[in-house]
Design a protein around this ligand. Structure first.
Ligand code: KG4
Ligand code: ZN
Length: 339
């Protein structure tokens, strides 16, 4: 008998639904919310309203694309947290209703665990290598930066994390200082390709162990730009590419230093990337070059699975379904949520 899971993701500003059958992706649909661009960041109230508008058409489209009916679904997996509470409520309420009407199990999913499990999505006609356990995953998104020791699909331990900003925030806040649109990460990535990454040096944090810190970098960029603009008001425009390249290099250096330490401390050479920032071309290149130097086996997700999506929710739901880990109907979403 086959198992068909509907996954729903609504933790931030993307409304997404996906269908997975026996671990194989049948469809993945995402509605992005452009409404936030003009505000330079996600406005929580507007995000919840947009989710409310998008959720029915997005789920409909995912079912149609997968060629299944609502009644073919065996369980509904949804993002319980972490994320924006109002946004999570939309996906959670929809999932509850969908499960209740059909009398099928409800499965709660941790958004960050799901980002890591993209490495296990099967696709028709595509056979990508999957990491064997245990492996280390550098999980870098707009809200989180962590090094995770993955012992099994559902057994993970955070061994290092940011004590302030996430890597994605470091990209986005730096981009804002340079006058780039939100979210700035992809713009920095694009301009960095045209610049000299050795042109400017920014200070790196001295944090013990495997933890990260990015707030100092933002402050040092802010002061640097302020001082330079006093001397030359056109400084940013004239040096944008080199600034992007140098900022990106600093963020990648910070990420890689701790990842290399973690790999050596734990004696693990299977290294995976996940989360929105893993779309960054500089980070992807660096991890590949370190892999050659250090004999690592690396696992880098397809671009479409780096940022928020529901395929990752559905595949996590599939693993939980196998272990019969179901959620009750009175479950509530959590803005903050431990692993
Ligand atoms: O995982 P994600 O879609 O959402 C969260 O769960 O936070 O990550 C979004 C983050 C944003 O900060 C965005 O700027 C960053 O991922 N990002 C990038 C790139 N693409 C997305 N950062 C650097 N380079 C990129 N190419
Ligand atoms: Zn995410």
């Amino acid at each position: 008998m086959s198992t068909t899971i509907l996954g729903i993701e609504s933790s931030c500003d993307d409304t997404a639904a996906a269908v997975v059958r026996d671990g194989v992706l049948l469809s993945s649909v995402i509605a992005n919310q452009d409404v936030h661009i003009q505000y330079g960041g996600v406005v929580p109230e507007l995000a919840s309203r947009a989710h409310q508008q998008n959720i029915v058409p997005v789920v409909d489209a995912a079912l149609k694309k997968a060629g299944v009916q609502g009644n073919d679904i065996d369980a509904v997996a949804f993002t319980r947290g972490p994320g924006l509470l109002g946004s999570l409520l939309v996906g959670t309420s929809f999932a509850k209703g969908f499960a209740l009407v059909r009398n099928i199990p409800l499965i709660e999913v941790h958004h960050l665990q799901a980002h890591i499990l993209v490495h296990f999505i099967e696709q028709e006609g595509l056979s990508l290598p999957k990491p064997e356990f245990p492996f280390l995953c550098l999980l870098v998104s707009g809200g989180h930066s962590q090094i995770v020791l993955v012992r099994d699909h559902l057994e993970m331990e955070i061994i290092g994390k940011t004590i302030d900003d996430a890597a994605g925030e470091a990209f986005d806040k730096s981009a804002k200082l340079l006058g780039l649109p939100y979210p700035g990460g992809p713009f920095v990535d694009k301009l960095a390709k045209l610049g000299d990454e050795t042109r400017f040096a920014f200070s790196k944090p001295r944090i013990p162990g495997l933890d990260y810190s990015f707030s100092g970098l933002k402050t040092s960029i802010l002061y640097f730009l302020r001082d330079q603009q006093k001397l030359n008001p056109g400084f940013i425009e004239e040096n944008k590419n080199d600034l992007c390249a140098s900022i990106q290099k600093t963020i990648i250096d910070i990420l890689m230093d701790k990842l290399i330490k973690a790999a050596s401390d734990y004696g693990i050479s299977r290294i995976a990337l996940a989360g929105g920032v893993s779309a960054n071309s500089g980070l992807r290149n660096r991890i590949e070059s370190e892999a050659i130097k250090r004999n690592w086996d690396t696992f880098i997700p397809e671009f479409r699975f780096t940022t928020d999506n529901a395929a990752m929710i559905a595949i996590t739901g599939y693993f939980k379904y196998g272990k019969k880990i179901f959620a009750p109907q009175n479950i509530s979403p959590l803005a903050r949520m431990e692993f």
